[in-house]
Every structure is written in structure tokens, then in C-alpha cells.
Design a protein around this ligand. Structure first.
Ligand code: FE
Length: 188
């Protein structure tokens, strides 16, 4: 089993043991850092941004122009990277991957799912996005173009799915948005 195929938790644990053994940090210090990093991190945050964009044209415009500022205006920190919001349309579907590792806006999406970090997803979604999305249960008509965004430490993405039909209040719209929708592996 190569390093890449080890379960992520095992890889993380191995790395933790090494930095602790090297005297670079302590277990307590790492736990405190993780708590701080993950404090309030949840796909509910990204969903709130999307629902706001669906219901407020000014916010939508601001989000597409400068997603870091738009996240900040709702109280969500996106420090140290550029956040890009990419919007699905009737003819275009966006999906996000980090082909190198698993870069991802944690504050807005919560901890990254295992499939997002998996080698299979990272290698295949770029080559055959339509087939991979179909495996997630998202079958897109041939006329819908699929754009795959490769995230990095510097630039990360948030997909703005298409708004569901019907006149729903913002909170109910937000409740419809899933983490997969925000990554682009489901419609919403
Ligand atoms: Fe990465």
C-alpha cells in the first residue's frame, strides 16, 4: 500500500507523530489548533451564502465578484486563500477537485469528505467528469458543459448550484443545499 492509499486518518496520525517526536509541537497544541480551525466550520455556512445569492441579486453579484468579501459579510472567515464562487447555469455545471491533495474551503464546507480526498476522485474527475458525476447519481444532459476547477492552497472554490423551483424563503432554500452541491457532485 503506497502512502497515497493509506486512509487519510492514518496518514494524518503518522504525520502528527512525526512532528511531535521531532519536538516541533505537542498533541495538546495540535488539538487546540484544530479546534480553532474547525470552529463553526460547516456546510451550513456555504449553504447560507448560496441561499443569500439566490434571493438577493446584489449579494449574488458581490459573491461572484469577490467571494472572500462576500463570505466575510456573513461572518465567515476565509483567510489565506482566494475564494472563487462558480455558478451553475442551465448549460454549465461546475465541479471542484484538488488534484494534488485536498485543498478546500473548510469554514464554508465543514471537514472534507473522504471521497474528496481519495485518489480515485482526484485523478478521475478531471479525465471523465461526466462519468464520475453519474456515479454520484448526477446525470447531466449532453448539452450541459462540465467545468472542472482544480483547487490549490492559494485558490479554492465554492459552487453555486441552480436554485430549486418554487417560492421558498431563504432559510428553506439554505436547508436544501448540501455539501456535495457546494462541491458540484450533486445538483444542489
Ligand atoms: Fe490540495
Amino acid at each position: 500500500m503506497s502512502h497515497d492509499e493509506l486512509p487519510v486518518a492514518a496518514r494524518v496520525r503518522r504525520l502528527e507523530e512525526r512532528v511531535i517526536a521531532a519536538g516541533l509541537t505537542t498533541g495538546d497544541e495540535l488539538d487546540a489548533l484544530l479546534d480553532e480551525l474547525l470552529d463553526g466550520a460547516s456546510p451550513v455556512n456555504g449553504a447560507r451564502m448560496v441561499a443569500r445569492a439566490w434571493t438577493d441579486p446584489d449579494y449574488r453579484e458581490a459573491l461572484l465578484a469577490d467571494a472572500n468579501t462576500a463570505a466575510g459579510s456573513l461572518g465567515f472567515a476565509t483567510n489565506g486563500y482566494r475564494l472563487c464562487a462558480v455558478e451553475n447555469t442551465p448549460t454549465l455545471h461546475n465541479v471542484v477537485v484538488c488534484t494534488l491533495c485536498s485543498c478546500y474551503p473548510v469554514t464554508l464546507l465543514g471537514p472534507s469528505p473522504g471521497w474528496y480526498r481519495s485518489f480515485a476522485y482526484r485523478s478521475r474527475v478531471v479525465r471523465e467528469p461526466r462519468a464520475v458525476l453519474a456515479e454520484f447519481g448526477l446525470r447531466l444532459p449532453d448539452e450541459v458543459e462540465i467545468v472542472v476547477w482544480d483547487a490549490s492552497a492559494e485558490t479554492r472554490y465554492l459552487v453555486v448550484p441552480r436554485r430549486p423551483e418554487g417560492e421558498l424563503p431563504e432559510e428553506e432554500l439554505a436547508a436544501r443545499v448540501t455539501r456535495k452541491g457546494l462541491i458540484g457532485t450533486s445538483a444542489v
